[in-house]
Design a binder for this molecule. Sequence first.
Ligand SMILES: [Fe+2]
Length: 291
Amino acid sequence: MKVCKLSDVGGVDVDGVDLAHPRGPEEQSALRQLFDEQGLIVFRDQMLTKQQLVAVGDLFGGAMLKRAVIPTDPEAPGISTITNRGPTGDVMPERLDELIGKADWHMDLGYVTTPGRGKIIYAVQTPEVGGLTGFIDLSVAYSTLPEALRERIENLHVIQSWDKAQVGQSNGPRGAGTLILQEFPDVIYPMVLTHPVTGAKVLNCPPLWATGILEAPGEEGLALMHEVIAHITRPQSQYWHRYRPGDAILWDNCRFIHAASGTLGLYARTLWTLTLKAGPEFGRLADQQAA
Ligand SMILES: [Fe+2]
């Protein structure tokens, strides 16, 4: 197993591992340790069936079988197909010049109290242009906070809303024309989370879901929220992954937020995704503020 740096902002590129046939308990525990330490791993040139991808998920704690919004495959429990082509194409472009699937920075399932522990994307069919996934390490975002800002936000809470990602956006997290009319009540997350494995502090204020700061309603709170978001999303903190077919990318949803560049309708794109079982309960429902 050869481990190289993936980018200047974190993550690793792993060579010499065939995820379809992991070589015994030693390699498996080395991979688990790498996941906990690095939080973002790209495996190149993989050849996986859906069932093998389920087994990869099992290696890292197992798949979340019941997803709130995105259905999973009855033949391969835990796997969801994201495609803009074919019979399962749930994000169908209406025009070839239409950008679909664009999504702002977010933690997956940040609109429920217990998000997934991690996520795997396996690239089956990749577009010639676009279709990138961006990553930002939120533990670095926390450790690079200017001291004065860190003191102001340490004990604050972020109001996170599913509705924000839906209202007025033709490009919600699922892309145009696929908005799923499902209701989720707002949730409240600490702005500083403690990572469930490493104990590291993680700066949480996901632009896709964040609508305000619980303790600071009004303009002042919004200004502070945008100041934190601007710090998190500094261009030098972003890594954008351009997929090749066969890439399997695994990330720690409690540490890295991600974003999607979107893909023009002209280009076919098919991914299989798997959400790792729920991690810690980070949030609480907004109407249970006393909890
Ligand atoms: Fe996502």
